[in-house]
Design a protein around this ligand. Structure first.
Ligand code: GLP
Length: 260
C-alpha cells in the first residue's frame, strides 16, 4: 500500500467552529434546512436522532429556529414528523428522568408538540428486550433508513451504544454497557456509575450507515483524544465510529476544544 493510499478519505466534511455555541448555530441551521427540504418531499425518510449532553444545546438551538417558523409551516412539520432514536437503556421506565424517552420528550417532544409515537425509541422496558430490539431494527430498516442521522461520540469511540469491539455489520441488538460508558453517563444518574443500567438496546452500525447523510457532533476537550483517533486511524472494531468512514456523506461538526 502506498503512503497516499493509507491516508483515510475521512472526514468528507469537517465543519469546525471555535466556540461550541457557534457550532450549534451552524449545525442547527443545516438541520433546519434539511427539515424544510423534507417538507417538500412526497415520501420523506424519517430522521435519526441521538441523545447525550452534546445534543442538548443543538436541540435548544434547533427548537428556537423552528419556533420562529410561520404557524402553518410548523404545523406541517409536526404532522409529518417521524424520528427514530439510536438507543435506550434497558430496565428504566420511560417516565424515569434518566431514560432517553424522557430526554427526548423534554428536548424536542414537548417544545415542538410532538407525540411520543412520532419520536420513536427502542422499548427498553419491554419484557423481552431482544424481541424489542429486533422489532425496532426491522422498523428502522423498513423505513429505508434515516434521511439524516445525528450522532454523538462516546469517549471510547462508541456511536449509539455500539461499544468496542464492534463489527461494521452489527445490527440493532441488546448490548452490555462498558464501565467507561457507565462512568461517562453517570451524570444523568446522580453521578453514580453503579446506577447506570448495565444494558441497552442500540441501533447497530448497519442501520446507522443506511442513513442518507450522517452528522457526527463532537464538542469539548474530553472528546479530543477519541476525535483525534477517529480522524487518523483506519476503520477497526476497536473504534466503532470509524465505520462511518465507509459512508459517503459524513459531516463531522467539531468545536475548537474537541479539535485541540
Ligand atoms: C452516549 C449515548 C450516545 C451519545 C454519546 C455521547 O452514551 N449512547 O447516543 O451520543 O454517548 O454522549 P455525550 O454527548 O453525553 O458525551
Amino acid at each position: 500500500m502506498t503512503a497516499a493510499a493509507a491516508v483515510p478519505a475521512f472526514p468528507h466534511q469537517l465543519m469546525r467552529r471555535q466556540e461550541a455555541a457557534e457550532l450549534m448555530e451552524a449545525c442547527s441551521a443545516l438541520l433546519e434546512l434539511r427539515l424544510l427540504q423534507r417538507l417538500e418531499q412526497a415520501q420523506p425518510r424519517p430522521m435519526g436522532l441521538a441523545t447525550g449532553r452534546t445534543m442538548e444545546p443543538l436541540y435548544a438551538a434547533l427548537v428556537q429556529r423552528l419556533q420562529a417558523w410561520p404557524a402553518t409551516k410548523l404545523e406541517a412539520l409536526r404532522a409529518g414528523w417521524l424520528s427514530f432514536n439510536l438507543d435506550e437503556y434497558i430496565g428504566l421506565p420511560g417516565a424515569d428522568q434518566a431514560s432517553y424517552r424522557n430526554y427526548m420528550d423534554v428536548q424536542l417532544g414537548q417544545p415542538l408538540g410532538l407525540s411520543p409515537a412520532q419520536v420513536r425509541l427502542p422499548d427498553g422496558s419491554a419484557d423481552n428486550p431482544r424481541v424489542a430490539a429486533d422489532a425496532y431494527g426491522a422498523e428502522v430498516a423498513g423505513s429505508g433508513g434515516a434521511g439524516f442521522q445525528l450522532l454523538g461520540l462516546g469517549s471510547n469511540g462508541h456511536v449509539g451504544f455500539n461499544e468496542p469491539p464492534c463489527d461494521a455489520d452489527a445490527r440493532c441488538r441488546v448490548v452490555d454497557l462498558s464501565p467507561a460508558t457507565r462512568q461517562q453517563n453517570a451524570g444523568f444518574f446522580g453521578g453514580d456509575p453503579e446506577r447506570v443500567p448495565v444494558q441497552a438496546i442500540t441501533l447497530g452500525v448497519k442501520e446507522i450507515l443506511q442513513a442518507e447523510e450522517i452528522h457526527l457532533v463532537v464538542t469539548g476537550v474530553a472528546k479530543a483524544a477519541v476525535l483525534q483517533r477517529l480522524l487518523n486511524e483506519p476503520p477497526s472494531v476497536d473504534l466503532p465510529a470509524s465505520w462511518l468512514q465507509r459512508h459517503p456523506q459524513v459531516w463531522i461538526w467539531a468545536d475548537g476544544a474537541a479539535l485541540s
